[in-house]
Design a protein around this ligand. Structure first.
Ligand code: HMG
Length: 386
């Protein structure tokens, strides 16, 4: 049975900063951020937006009434959880109006969480072909103002509907997974920002890609020629490029150039958002599908998922005929173009404004989905038509 991604969508908040402005403010050569890191803009959020509101935006636009009846599992992959116990997926399930007989939970393993969710969803639909599963990757990537990781921050969510006979990408059973207990990036309980060994994280990312790619090719008897494109986890857009160049250095030049051209198409959106953590790989996939003029139905796309700590997975899917009709390029372009550019002073002020969960308070803003009240440590969200 064919199971895979039937619908896919992303959301980023309506605010961003320009990386050249950030470079000037931090007294760094702007080329370091725009060329060395490969980022033009960075998405920023208000304190009244959290992983639930991002998930609402990303999911709401793609789900029909029939989908809400058919979904019997909601999975949120995140490392920006809002509760140590209760899953954000439970709140999302209610806000979206999904029928009650469903399983809802959250998965954590750094940026890898949504990939674990996707594979769990695939297995569930394979066993229950009428079921549909909503998988959401939603995160706030923050390292702190003027920190080493600051130029690689970002925020946003990707929602995917997984079903039998999917309309976009049919997932293969060719997965290759790798677990290594490494401290390249981690966030101890109670810490606001992650601890990160940036250069180690780059090296582990590249080495993980090398290992899973080689083992995947051996296991499945494939070579680079079998792939029309590769989509990478994109913590910053230079990262995937570094991994691609390191691993395909020995490949024929034409294969290298072809895969690099597709990689450029996969980073169009990430250049303007920054790291979405769990959503980054899937934002890259959307960017690839919406910005490539050379991809065709039945092409094989490889996906490299990486979560620090570290878990990596390489798997692939086949593009379904008519996949392009399921995409929303114009809407995504509008979402990115309509955002408000913040000055660095405005960004720093927005960054420093956080919610005190122990303080009862209410908020008013013009966002469609946002936190409207905190009462007794519970977040109450603005619902549609409120
Ligand atoms: P850094 O020390 O600020 O920068 O750290 P750098 O000195 O390494 O320079 C970065 C690049 O800019 C280099 O290019 C420089 O040469 C270049 P490279 O040699 O690497 O190709 N450069 C310039 N280029 C043009 N003109 C200039 C110029 N100056 C320098 N004037 C780092 C950068 C990314 C390490 C830091 O920002 C960081 O720690 N970020 C957070 C960690 C991260 O993103 N790691 C990525 C892999 S781990 C991962 O993907 C998982 C993650 O998403 C978390 C999760 O799983 O949950 C992060």
């Amino acid at each position: 049975m064919n199971v895979g991604i039937d619908k896919i969508n992303f959301y980023v908040p309506p605010y961003f900063i320009d990386m050249v402005d950030l470079a000037h403010a931090r007294e760094v050569d702007p080329n370091k951020f725009t060329i060395g890191i490969g980022q033009d803009q960075m998405a920023v959020n208000k304190k009244t937006q959290d992983i639930v509101t991002f998930a609402m935006h990303a999911a709401k636009d793609i789900l029909t009434k029939e989908d809400l009846q058919a979904i019997d599992m909601v999975i949120v992959g995140t490392e920006s959880g809002i509760d140590e116990s209760k899953a954000s997926a439970v709140v999302l399930h209610r806000l979206l109006g999904i029928q009650p007989f469903a399983r809802s939970f959250e998965i954590k393993e750094a940026c890898y969480g949504a990939t674990a969710g996707l594979q769990f969803a695939k297995a569930h639909v394979q066993a229950n072909p009428k079921s549909k599963v909503l998988v959401v990757a939603s995160d706030i990537a923050r390292y702190g103002l003027a920190s080493g990781g600051e130029p690689t921050q970002g925020v946003g969510a990707v929602a995917m509907l997984i079903s039998a006979d999917p309309a976009i990408l049919q997932l293969d059973n060719d997965n290759l997974m790798l677990t290594q207990d490494i401290y390249d990036f981690w966030r101890p309980v109670g810490h606001q920002y992650p601890m990160v060994d940036g250069h180690l994280s780059n090296a582990v990312y590249i080495d993980s890609f090398k290992q899973v790619w080689q083992a995947h090719c051996e296991k499945n008897q494939r070579t680079a020629k079998d792939y029309a494109a590769l989509s990478f986890h994109i913590p910053y857009t230079k990262m995937g490029k570094k991994a691609l160049l390191a691993v395909f250095a020995e490949e024929e030049e034409t294969q290298q150039e072809r895969l690099m051209a597709r990689y450029e198409e996969s980073i169009v959106y990430s250049r303007r958002t920054g790291n979405l953590y769990t959503g980054s790989l899937y934002l890259g996939l959307i960017s690839l599908l919406e910005n490539s003029s050379s991809l065709q139905a039945n092409d094989r796309i490889g996906l490299f998922s990486y979560g620090s700590g570290a878990v990596a997975e390489f798997f692939s899917g086949i593009l379904v005929p008519g996949y392009e009709k399921q995409l929303a390029q114009a809407a995504h372009q509008t979402l990115l173009d309509a955002r408000q550019k913040l000055t660095i002073a405005e960004y720093e002020a927005m960054f420093n404004e956080t919610i005190d969960i122990d303080q009862d308070q209410s908020f008013e803003d013009d966002l469609l989905y946002s936190i409207r009240e905190i009462k007794n440590t519970i977040r109450y969200y603005k619902e549609e038509n409120e």
